[in-house]
Design a protein around this ligand. Structure first.
Ligand code: AMP
Ligand code: MG
Length: 488
């Protein structure tokens, strides 16, 4: 691997250097060979043979520079003061063969000066959820952290019950959160300028070419965040806990704990059981992204030449960027040209899904069974299932809508429409029930189910034989929601 380890060269107030605390008897959970190859991990024999020890915190390769980062954040809308890596360590920073930066971050690595009341550990349950979700989002084509692998151990961790301790080697382009800048503004304002230069040089080098690199950088963060959230809305992803300490400055999905993928379509859906007010409901995500950036940006007024007006200009593209990306994506999901007629149809379609509590993923995919039935027998069965779930009144709405829809599809060539639909509507998502079955088996020492779900999600846009062994069907419309909490 090509090591960079630049963070450790920054002002020492920003982090605490320390090794992980070993887990008791770590054992392999899963290893992501594709990520390992991308990092160059596979080329190093020592890393390959000792990966379980490394993830278990028992062995730290000489080139690693483990440290806990300091950061702050707004949690559920409230200023939370100092947070920081309370149970994770930045282990190393590397550059891949395409010169892209990656942080290796060990989550569940034990106590740090930022642990506050926590025990520094992560449980197997949340580790598997994060592992499968990073993989799912990445393979769906959404910017996200992923992971090299995870280990399970004999360390016992107390949550609502006693659980198994685990550790995940998270891989993300960056682990700098919006909350890093919030921490600096409160606790070390004199390093803001140096830190801003670091963020630009490391993650936004193209902004150096601009006449005003800082506003160019801030605008780029705003735009990337807007695009990421549009991607979430399109695929039906709910992050669950969009606090400013859980949003990356690179517009890449990070720290999804109580996340979920939309099943029966309900825009007001709250996946996080601990989110009593629904602040982070699916439909609030675009507004929360804006809210987070709005509390983040004013800190940069400390920098010379950055005024309130500059920052307003940086934030202003948020809404247009989101709308453009979301609307374009919605049209592609339907195989329609981008335009107002298509959008009218798209919003009518979403209302049909909502009114009939139809499965978001399967219903979009089912439209291929309408547009191109002969080549899509699986999608035809989805279409039958979907229409059978419609009420008598809704049948009429569907008839009317589908006639107008088919006419609008003709605006594109059929090949283009089919291609857009196939590449924007997954066959498989990570349903809460699938993750839960994998967790239940893993807690009994069986990792085959994790493996099967992993395989399935490796190619989410294509129908796969392995699905026969897995139940990827949606819950019944009246099934109670599976409680997913912040506890992890
Ligand atoms: P999260 O909800 O995982 O995004 O974490 C929010 C903050 O709490 C971060 O500063 C974490 O490092 C910290 N934290 C969460 N769980 C633990 C734990 N078990 N031990 C120590 N710190 C934790
Ligand atoms: Mg977090």
């Amino acid at each position: 691997m090509r090591y960079q380890n630049t963070y450790v060269k920054l002002d020492t107030r920003l982090y605490h250097e320390q090794p992980p605390t070993p887990l008791d008897n770590p054992r392999a959970g899963h290893f992501n060979t594709q990520v390992a190859e991308q990092l160059g991990w596979t080329e190093d024999k020592d890393l390959m043979t000792r990966w379980v020890e490394i993830l278990g915190g028992q062995y730290v390769p000489a080139e690693f520079k483990p440290l806990a980062m300091a950061y702050s954040g707004h949690q559920f809308g409230q200023w939370a003061g100092q947070l920081g890596d309370g149970r994770g360590l930045l282990m190393a920073q590397v550059i891949d063969s395409k010169n892209q930066p990656h942080d290796l971050h060990l989550k569940g690595a034990g106590l740090t000066p930022y642990s506050r009341m926590g025990d520094g550990r992560a449980v197997l349950r949340s580790t598997i959820r994060e592992y499968l979700c990073g993989h799912a989002l990445t393979q769906l084509g959404i910017p996200s952290s992923n992971a090299l692998g995870f280990v399970v151990s004999d360390t016992r961790v107390r949550r609502e019950r006693i659980e198994v301790g685990a550790a995940l080697m998270r891989v993300a382009d960056s682990h700098i959160r919006l909350g890093h800048v919030e921490w600096i503004a409160s606790f070390a304002p004199d390093v803001l300028s140096e830190f801003t230069d670091y963020m630009i040089d490391t993650y936004y080098p193209e902004c150096r070419d601009s006449e005003n690199p800082v506003p160019a950088f801030l605008t780029a963060v705003v735009e990337r965040t807007a695009r990421m959230i549009a991607d979430w809305q399109l695929i039906g992803f709910a992050h669950g806990v969009m606090n400013t300490d859980n949003l990356s400055i690179t517009g890449s999905t990070l720290d999804f704990g109580p996340f979920g993928f939309m099943e029966r379509f309900n825009p007001a859906w709250i996946n996080n059981h601990s989110d009593h007010t629904g602040r982070y409901s699916y439909q609030n995500q675009p507004a929360i992204g804006h809210w987070n950036l709005n509390v983040w940006l004013p800190h940069f007024m400390r920098l010379e030449g950055v005024t309130r007006d500059t920052l307003a200009d940086c934030l202003s593209p948020y809404e247009a960027t989101f709308m453009q990306h979301y609307q374009q994506g919605l049209c592609r999901k339907l195989g329609l040209p981008h335009g107002s007629q298509s959008l009218t149809l798209a919003f009518e379609w979403l209302t049909l899904l909502e009114d009939n509590l139809l499965d978001y993923t399967n219903s979009f995919r089912a439209l291929l069974g309408l547009v191109s039935p002969n080549d899509h027998p699986y999608e035809q069965t989805l279409l039958v299932t979907m229409t059978n779930e419609l009420s008598i009144d809704a049948q009429q709405v569907w008839q009317d809508w589908s006639t107008r829809y088919i006419a609008q599809v003709q605006q594109l060539t059929i090949d283009q429409a089919i291609h857009d639909m196939q590449t924007h509507n997954p066959v498989y998502i990570l349903r809460n029930s699938m993750a839960q079955r994998a967790i239940t088996a893993a807690e009994q020492g069986q990792f085959e189910e994790v493996n099967r779900v992993f395989e399935l999600l490796a190619d989410p846009y294509r129908l796969q034989d392995i699905a026969i062994d897995l139940d990827s069907t949606p819950p019944l419309p009246d099934a109670p929601q599976m409680p997913i909490s912040c506890s992890s």
